[in-house]
Design a protein around this ligand. Structure first.
Ligand code: MLT
Length: 314
């Protein structure tokens, strides 16, 4: 087949709805992002995007589903940082990262907030740090399960503080948050989108932003970053990316990538993402080659932290 015939064969792409697999529960941050993106992709692609929540095992079930799908551009994946951390967290992973995927680009970055139970005496990060140093393993840090955003952030926090606390895994963010509010656990490091309503309701205390920049959300605009508060260069963000199965034809990938670029410039999408405390990426990190390099770098950075902590599934 000559090149022009090959591209002609894909000229009609997409001529039917596209399925966007979300490996986390409906209503959670990744799901919200995927649904907003699906809406914004509709115009540049001229097709409906159907969101399919294939949940479980820290996002690895949905990711495996996409890795095994036909590489025709009609099944895509939105995943969070778990794309890069799964190989260290799940020793028996059925897919390779990033080799079993085509990386379409980074979508956004989602900073987290260190939050504490309402009765904690510490009033700022410096005081919290002293209290953690004095109490070590007696400090209970909640998370939404192995490989969740809160689990990863908690591991990085312990590594940066050179302290081991007690990780308390829950089956999702909601029960973890309920116990934090009730004081059964002391701390959690949760994505801004989930933490903000609790901070606004004064149900939890906030101690710092995990990205290098502060957030402009009203509830957090006066909250310092951990880096400003003495944990220099601390930077944990739950980024999201868009992926296709490995072997998807280049003309299809090119169409999907330019649709992604167009979607991320959509003012409505930007507004919605900012309201969730997310920063939409509009720079060179949207480039598939750069995103692949980024996934590899994150994979290496987190593998060390996960191994040190010894918190992974056999
Ligand atoms: C989600 O997007 O549903 C959550 O980020 C899952 C998680 O906490 O990792």
């Amino acid at each position: 087949v000559c090149a022009s015939a090959a591209s002609l064969a894909f000229a009609e792409f997409p001529d039917k709805p596209i399925t966007l697999v979300v490996p986390f529960a409906a209503g959670g941050p990744t799901d919200k992002i995927a649904r907003d993106l699906a809406e914004a992709l509709r115009k540049p692609l001229g097709q409906t995007i159907i969101v399919d929540n294939a949940i479980g095992a820290g996002g690895t079930i949905g990711s495996a589903k996409v890795a095994r799908s036909a590489p025709d551009g009609y099944t895509l994946l939105v995943n969070h940082i778990g794309m890069a951390t799964a190989p260290a967290l799940y020793r028996k992973l059925s897919y390779k990262v990033p080799d079993d995927f085509e990386t379409l680009g980074l979508i956004n970055e989602a900073p987290s907030v260190v939050i504490g139970k309402p009765t904690l005496a510490a009033n700022n990060f410096a005081e919290l740090r002293q209290w953690i140093a004095a109490n070590g393993r007696k400090v209970n840090i909640a998370n939404a399960g192995l490989g969740s955003a809160s689990h990863l952030c908690g591991l990085m926090l312990q590594s940066a503080l050179k302290t081991t606390m007690t990780s308390v895994p829950y089956k999702g963010t909601a029960p973890a948050m309920t116990d934090l509010i009730g004081g059964q656990v002391d701390l959690m490091c949760e994505q801004a989108v989930n933490a903000v309503p609790q901070i606004e309701g004064k149900k939890v205390k906030s101690y710092g932003i995990t990205s290098l920049q502060r957030l402009s959300l009203p509830a957090l605009k006066d909250t310092s970053t951990l880096s400003e508060s003495g944990l220099k260069d601390f930077n944990v963000q739950v980024w999201h990316g868009l992926y296709a199965p490995k072997g998807t034809p280049a003309p299809v990938l090119a169409k999907l990538n330019s649709a992604l670029l167009a979607a991320l410039k959509d003012p409505e999408l930007i507004k919605r993402e900012e309201a969730l405390g997310l920063t939409v990426v509009t720079d060179e990190r949207l480039d598939p080659v750069n995103h692949r390099k980024f996934v590899e770098a994150e994979k290496n950075r987190w593998a060390k932290v996960i191994k040190e902590a010894g918190e992974y599934a056999d």
